[in-house]
Design a protein around this ligand. Structure first.
Ligand SMILES: NC(=O)C1=CN([C@@H]2O[C@H](COP(=O)(O)OP(=O)(O)OC[C@H]3O[C@@H](n4cnc5c(N)ncnc54)[C@H](O)[C@@H]3O)[C@@H](O)[C@H]2O)C=CC1
Ligand SMILES: CC(C)CC(=O)C(=O)O
Length: 523
């Protein structure tokens, strides 16, 4: 498959993040049999500096004839004093309008790996999965008249929030169609209590809803919607809204994902699509090797999904992102126990890199990043891990409690073990010799009072250290040093038959099942 893609890195971190996203594009293409004809062009401030305008007609033409466009971000303080008509941002608005990309899809998904990296609480975030659909070629961004004029000797600034019913109907349809493939819920966000144009918005969305009886439709005012996505994001499935409200609401949704550096987008509706992160050019961190490239990388995933109809490639990229964040983080999503990383081999400027730039060696939540060397994985290991990641993802959402994997060599068993631990699961080896294989067990968390740790005995078994070990009815019961409990069928070649996580307490076993928790009877 041959695809022509125009790359517009733009300004600020745009160039840094696009460089990484193009690597992912190329790699995915190599693995899945694509060949790409990539055309790198300038847009925004970079184009103003070279040609005096934010977007050349020749670049626009190339974009119109490409299969897809990848854009970093445009703008920056350097160009802020310019007239509106020639500011960097005009390049983007012109592209959206000329390519007729009226629907901007912004998925805000919390990867469980990032729940603790967000400034919001894990219990609020977990399971959140919102698709914000922002109208992109109409509303106040494009409405006329607009400008600044003098009236009665005073300067007056004005813009026009205008939508016709066809513009509303087509974006409503996009939302209903998208929701049909999701959880069949659409929330339309407006300010119908104050603005006539959005009163029409509500009316037309409600009319169009009649064609989608299976969808549950609700309406919400924008001010409440911004509060609700922070208060309880799980209540939303698909959200549809105007150009400006969508811009604002999706930045709020970014905090569900942990950082705005995680939020990708697809702009569709025309002949081809444009893919860009939701964030801007981040001049405050540009050139410091700390920008998060994942929103742009996930936008490449969306390009495969929406422009090339290749969901497999999209899932592959998403899986790779999950694997990457399980060990490595950029500063904006840094968390305890992870390795802080930059995206460039060298910082682009002479400025000090990453942590020092903020005047502190702590991340934004005051935690010290772990200094460590990234493990070197071969291409084969990465594929093995990607496959394993898919298996563990499927296992974690299944009703099964035990997953037996085929026998691997000890190096791969260690890879399995490490990944299982990242999934919050237990991993152990069973069998002997060539039959030795990993078994992954889901753990249950149980809190019980009154364990007497002072009476502990320490037993050693292989690389595990047990606090207490007891055999009842032929079942070996181990209270591990980490507070978890493992039941074995007996030695040798013990088989794990049950595993529970306890934070404190003791237990009683009948017929190999933990049935009661009380004071340790054996101590
Ligand atoms: N699509 C586009 O090209 C957009 C361009 N802009 C332009 O970008 C410039 C800066 O605008 P701001 O309002 O500051 O928005 P911004 O999105 O560039 O930055 C907001 C905050 O988020 C952080 N941030 C953004 N992306 C990040 C990433 N990938 N990794 C880590 N942190 C990240 C920034 O450091 C900053 O603190 C302006 O010129 C604006 O017009 C703004 C929004 C969208
Ligand atoms: C035109 C952009 C610079 C601003 C915007 O609408 C966006 O954030 O997508």
């Amino acid at each position: 498959m041959k695809k022509k893609i125009v790359i517009l890195p733009g300004d600020g971190i745009g160039t840094e993040i696009c460089e990484q996203a193009v690597k992912v594009l190329q790699k995915t293409g190599d693995l899945l049999g694509y060949t790409f004809d990539l055309e790198h062009e300038i847009a925004g401030g970079a184009c103003i500096d070279k040609h005096g305008i934010p977007l050349q007609d020749s670049t626009l033409e190339k974009c119109k004839h490409a299969d897809a466009v990848l854009l970093g971000a445009v703008g920056g303080p350097k160009w802020e004093g310019l007239d509106f008509s020639v500011r960097p941002e005009r390049a983007l608005l012109k592209l959206r309008s000329e390519l007729q990309l009226y629907a901007n899809l912004r998925p805000a998904i919390i990867y469980s790996e990032l729940a603790d990296a967000s400034t919001l609480k894990r219990e609020v975030l977990e399971g959140a999965d919102i698709l914000v659909i922002r109208e992109l070629t109409g509303g106040i961004y494009f409405g006329k008249p607009r400008g600044v004029k003098i009236e009665d000797g005073k300067r007056v600034g004005f813009n026009t929030l205008i939508y016709n019913e066809d513009e509303i109907r087509r974006i409503a349809r996009t939302a209903f169609e998208a929701a049909m493939k999701r959880r069949k819920k659409v929330c339309s966000v407006d300010k119908a209590n104050v603005l006539e144009s959005t009163e029409l918005w509500r009316t037309v969305v409600t009319e169009e809803h009649k064609n989608y009886p299976e969808i549950e439709l609700s309406h919400m005012y924008i001010d409440n919607a911004v509060m609700q996505v922070i208060r309880n994001p799980r209540q939303f499935d698909t959200v549809v809204t105007t150009n400006m409200f969508g811009d604002i609401l999706s930045d709020a949704c970014a905090m569900i994902t942990g950082s705005i550096g995680m939020l990708p987008s697809a702009s569709v509706g025309g002949k081809n699509g444009m893919y860009e992160p939701v964030h801007g050019s981040a001049p405050d961190i540009a050139g410091q090797n700390i920008a998060n490239p994942l929103a742009t990388i996930l936008s490449v995933g969306m390009m495969f999904k929406y422009s090339f109809g290749d969901n497999n490639a999209y899932e592959m990229i998403e899986r790779a992102v999950k694997i990457a964040i399980s060990t490595h983080r950029t500063k904006d999503i840094m968390d305890t126990g992870k390795i802080e990383t930059g995206i460039l081999s060298k910082p682009r400027t002479g400025r000090p890199p990453s942590r020092k730039s903020g005047g502190s060696d702590r991340d934004r939540r005051g935690k010290k990043p772990q200094q460590s060397v990234a493990p070197k994985l071969s291409a084969d290991d990465k594929l093995f891990l990607s496959d394993l990641h898919a298996k563990l993802t499927a296992f974690s959402s299944s009703d099964e409690t035990r997953l037996e994997l085929e026998p691997y060599n000890s190096y791969k068993r260690k890879l399995v073990h490490d990944l299982a631990v990242k999934f919050g699961m237990e991993s152990a080896s069973e069998g002997e010799g060539d039959e030795r294989h990993n078994v992954i067990i889901k753990t249950e968390k149980v809190t019980v009072p009154n364990i007497d740790y002072s009476k502990k005995e320490i037993w050693n078994h292989g690389n595990r250290e047990y606090m207490v070990r007891k055999t009842i009815d032929g079942v070996d019961i181990c209270l591990n040093a980490d507070g978890s409990v493992t039941l074995y069928s007996g030695q040798p070649a013990a088989k794990i038959i049950h595993r529970k996580k306890v934070t404190t307490g003791a237990f009683k076993v009948i017929n190999s099942k933990i049935v009661e928790f009380n004071e340790p009877e054996w101590a």
